[in-house]
Design a protein around this ligand. Structure first.
Ligand SMILES: [Zn+2]
Length: 524
């Protein structure tokens, strides 16, 4: 028997080997291989748990080595693996293959969850372990993880056998055959629970109040082609409502994307992982760059909001209020879809962070309604009447100057929202039909252009331009400040054309796409 436990210093989980040697010397118990404080404390839990399980703790000098010894080990999940390895060494059990164990022991020998179930199963399957043993309380999480791993086709080899145990003695008796094991393999999990486990859970968004036609078009384009969006407007203009649409229109996640998200989310112990939700993160103006980008230490990695939003939607509220360094931290993910986080000893880790970015902001510090616009009709809607803006022109100008710079240049659609949805007496819009239309659109666009327009690379766009003389002429006719703007206009024009039922964009689509550009929207 060879014992292993998951190791969390990289985005993709690895395994650490647990080796035990005993000597006929004065009894002692030592763990080497850079154990963190909770791993050192495991000695007391393990000694008490073995005693409480009516098994004999070896009266010898015991040395446990955690390999690779150069990486700091953390977490209480190592308890079970170390305890079983000591029992196997005492009994001189050679047979049994490689076993991955993860669970925390109590002093009375009972076994508790140490979290990170998907990471444990992933690492075990990847390294072709024969068995995985986890606490019985993790059984539902493990079944969901196994079906996720199977759906994402991450591995072609057969899955390891999954054993669950309620205590240390239960785990040991199953491994040595003293008790019939309750085992599960991924191939036995039927398709049925998968549908209920992962599919979209937000059934509340079946229908939504209507948006103004311009805003609805911008939201549909943003969701369809994955175009970053910035909505600016006074308080009460319906920006948050528009973002609800965007959230409801999010595409279904593939199993592969969901797996990626799950592996990262389990690295944040405080994170409540919900397998059945598409990645969606919402961040406010006071979120520090550290939390946005994440961190990497010698023992563990903590993904930030950007990585947790990978493959999904990241909503940034009150974007103009964001600190400069937080705004700047968006450059990497919006440009390349990855972030590099500095780790220990000068090393840096690259994490995926490709998401649809949608931000909102006020037009002035007070967020009031501009005096030059008529107040919206709110009677009968139950909404409060918005207040007029009281800021001085200088204040307003200074505030708007904050919404500028390189991040603004990376926005595809910048839109002023200064009108409420026309009438609240209007019927709600059913979202499911729109969702299906956009799913069909994404498939068609991917087939037509090789990728969703928002993700087409600069090289591919230039290649497309070379073969389309008309596009070049139309691009010459619109106001584009930078090379990036030029590419953004083409990408958005491709999406807008599909929305109008056309296979290629027309001059009107190029003009419309340029209208949404920041340089036009903020100065025009
Ligand atoms: Zn104001």
């Amino acid at each position: 028997m060879h014992f292993f436990a998951p190791l969390d210093h990289e985005p993709i989980p690895q395994l650490q080997a647990i080796e035990v040697a005993t000597y006929l010397q004065i009894p002692s118990f030592q763990i080497i291989g850079l154990p963190g404080p909770e791993v050192s404390e495991a000695r007391e839990r393990i000694r008490a748990a073995i005693d409480a399980s009516k098994m004999e703790f070896p009266k010898r000098r015991i040395v446990v080595n955690l390999s690779p010894a150069s990486v700091r080990k953390c977490g209480t999940g190592l308890d079970l693996g170390i305890a079983l390895a000591i029992l196997a060494e005492r009994e001189k059990h050679q047979k049994g293959g490689s076993i991955v164990a993860c669970g925390e022991l109590s002093l009375d020998g009972s076994l508790h969850s140490a979290g990170r179930v998907t990471r444990t199963l992933f690492a075990a399957w990847k390294h072709q372990a024969s068995k995985v043993i986890i606490p019985a309380s993790d059984i539902h999480a493990a079944q969901a993880s196994l079906s996720l791993l199977r759906e994402s086709s991450a591995f072609q080899s057969p899955s390891p056998t999954l054993l669950t145990a309620s205590s240390l003695s239960d785990a040991w008796n199953q491994l040595v055959g003293k008790r019939p094991s309750c085992s599960i393999v991924a191939e036995e999990i039927s398709q049925a629970p998968l549908e209920t486990n992962y599919r979209r859970a937000d059934t509340s968004d079946h229908e939504l109040l209507p948006l103004s036609p311009l805003l609805e078009r911008a939201i549909l384009a943003s969701s369809l082609g994955s175009h970053h969006l910035l909505l600016l407007g006074p308080k009460g203009s319906g920006k948050s409502h528009a973002l609800k649409w965007l959230q409801a229109l999010q595409p279904e996640r593939s199993g592969k994307m969901q797996l990626h998200h799950q592996l990262l989310a389990e690295l944040r112990p405080s994170e409540r992982v919900e397998l059945n939700r598409a990645p969606f993160r919402r961040v406010g103006p006071h979120t520090k760059p550290f939390h946005l980008l994440g961190s990497a230490r010698a023992s563990s990695m903590k993904p930030g909001e950007y990585s947790l939003a990978h493959g999904g939607l990241l909503i940034a509220d009150e974007f103009p209020e964001w600190a400069r360094d937080s705004r700047e931290s968006l450059r990497g993910p919006l440009e390349s879809g990855t972030i590099a986080i500095p780790g220990a000893q000068g090393a840096s880790s690259e994490l995926p962070a490709r998401f649809l970015f949608a931000a909102t902001g006020n037009l002035c510090p007070c967020g009031g309604w501009p005096r030059e616009l008529p107040l919206p009709e709110t009677s009968g809607s139950g909404l409060p009447v918005p207040n007029f803006c009281n800021c001085s022109p200088a204040h307003r100008k200074h505030y708007r100057s904050r919404i500028s710079g390189p991040v603004l240049d990376r926005m595809d659609i910048v839109l002023f929202v200064t009108s409420m949805p026309d009438s609240f007496a209007q019927k709600k819009v059913p979202i499911q039909a729109l969702r299906e239309r956009l799913s069909k659109g994404r498939i068609e666009l991917e087939k037509r252009w090789g990728e969703i327009p928002g993700r087409l690379s600069a090289g591919e766009l230039e290649r497309l331009l070379e073969t389309n003389q008309l596009w070049q002429r139309w691009l010459g006719g619109v106001r584009v400040a930078t090379l990036r703007s030029r590419h953004k206009v083409i990408r958005l024009a491709l999406t807008l054309a599909w929305l109008d039922g056309q296979s290629t964009p027309s001059s009107a689509h190029f003009a419309e796409a340029a209208y949404y550009r920041a340089e036009t929207a903020l100065t025009g």
